[in-house]
Ligand binder design. Structure first.
Ligand SMILES: NC(=O)c1ccc[n+]([C@@H]2O[C@H](COP(=O)([O-])OP(=O)(O)OC[C@H]3O[C@@H](n4cnc5c(N)ncnc54)[C@H](O)[C@@H]3O)[C@@H](O)[C@H]2O)c1
Length: 368
């Protein structure tokens, strides 16, 4: 594993082409300007999925220097067209179906884009003998599922997935146990959603392929990313912006389970920084959790947002979603060691920035 804490970012490299799959999405747009500064050519391949891009138009936030190719990563023809024309040396693989809850009933859709989309891309590289030098994968904390818990005797346990029976009985926690933070390379991966399973499959597919072809691979397991630019039309992702829109509309935010679930919310500019580091610099073999290293309960988050908008206090509904994990937080040790990176934006500051951005959006975009 190579490691760099003094990263020489945005140095122009006129000979390098960088390809970003899903490059017109939330994270793709956030990294686009810095990629355009760092690479001679940046191509985004994105099908402008209607769930994220209701107008099917090029997002304004995508840097004008980025060449957008509107195409589907699952189609072999996409790769034949692209690789007939370009030879990307650096590939940032973001394209994905990302609805955790949605994946339970639309599993094939998630598997097709996330798994087959990845293998079609790799088959394309092999078919065109256009191997990249480096691939960066935006994986997810969803690969861990519930992760490790510690029992009352101090022993580490993997209690697995909460059953429908447990959830229906409002048994939210694993009795007598406390959840531990995820640690990349140490915490075992046991996804509890089809989305998580497909993200883990992406990791395995890319790991075996890159080892076989001597291509560098960096895998970042992102925690809950939030911030300006996240799709406001996608009802399946973006809990922070959903809460903000509810509070802005004067509603009391509903809290699932008992509201005590914890998450690590990491701000978009911090995530962009982590991705840029291991894309622009000659890093290889990075496996890192990208989160703040601190978590907040959903109730605390909702309360913060309600206060910003002067909305009524949030209320517990006791509803739940199968496949949701109770707690998700990570250690930032792997990102510090592997990337020389740690998050800079505290959640309270990030939430204020997101709310300020939402307040500037046209009302038809922010309505519920
Ligand atoms: N945002 C988060 O909280 C988060 C957390 C963990 C991991 N991730 C991962 O980061 C990546 C990017 O997430 P995001 O938040 O930018 O999501 P996003 O939905 O905003 O962006 C994904 C992009 O992929 C495109 N896309 C979808 N299917 C495609 C297909 N078949 N062909 C081509 N393009 C397609 C969409 O049009 C969209 O522009 C994903 O791989 C996701 O799994 C995100």
């Amino acid at each position: 594993m190579s490691n760099s804490s003094s990263v020489s970012m945005e140095r122009p490299d006129p000979f390098t082409t960088c390809l970003v799959t899903g490059g017109a999405g939330f994270i793709g747009c956030a990294i686009s300007a810095r990629l355009a500064q760092a690479f001679g050519r940046v191509i985004a391949v994105d099908n402008l999925h209607p769930q994220i891009h209701p107008t099917r138009k090029r997002p304004e936030a995508l840097d004008p220097a980025v060449q957008l190719v509107q195409a589907d990563v699952t189609e072999p023809d996409t790769w034949d067209r692209l690789l007939g024309e370009f030879w990307p040396q650096v590939v940032i693989h973001l394209a994905a179906e990302t609805g955790t809850g949605q994946s339970l009933t639309e599993g094939s859709r998630h598997a097709l884009v996330n798994v087959v989309g990845t293998t079609q891309m790799l088959d394309g590289f092999a078919r065109h003998q256009a191997l990249p030098r480096r691939i960066v994968l935006s994986s997810s904390r969803a690969v861990y599922g519930e992760g490790a818990w510690r029992d009352s005797a101090g022993a580490e346990r993997y209690p697995g997935q909460r059953s429908d029976r447990m959830l229906a009985a409002a048994e939210w926690d694993f009795p007598g146990m406390i959840s531990e933070s995820f640690v990349a390379g140490r915490t075992q991966t046991h996804p509890t959603s089809i989305y998580g399973a497909t993200k883990l499959a992406q990791e395995h597919v890319l790991s075996s392929w890159t080892r076989s072809f001597n291509v560098a691979l960096n895998v970042l397991r992102l925690q809950n990313v939030y911030g300006p630019g996240q799709s406001l039309s996608n009802p399946y992702t973006g809990i922070v912006s959903l809460f903000a829109r509810m509070a802005k509309a004067g509603k009391s935010i509903p809290l699932y389970e008992d509201g005590a679930m914890r998450r690590d919310f990491v701000f978009i500019t911090d995530v962009a920084d982590a991705i840029i580091r291991c894309s622009v610099d000659e890093m290889s073999g990075v496996l890192a959790d990208v989160g703040t290293g601190a978590s907040i309960s959903i109730a605390e988050l909702a309360h913060e947002i309600a206060v910003i908008y002067g909305a009524p206090a949030p209320h517990v509904t006791g509803q739940y979603r199968n496949g949701d994990v109770r707690h998700a937080a990570c250690s930032d040790a792997s990102a510090r060691a592997g990337l020389g990176w740690s998050a800079k934006v505290p959640v309270r500051e990030g939430v204020r920035q997101l709310c300020a951005w939402i307040d500037q959006q046209p009302s038809e975009l922010t309505k519920l």
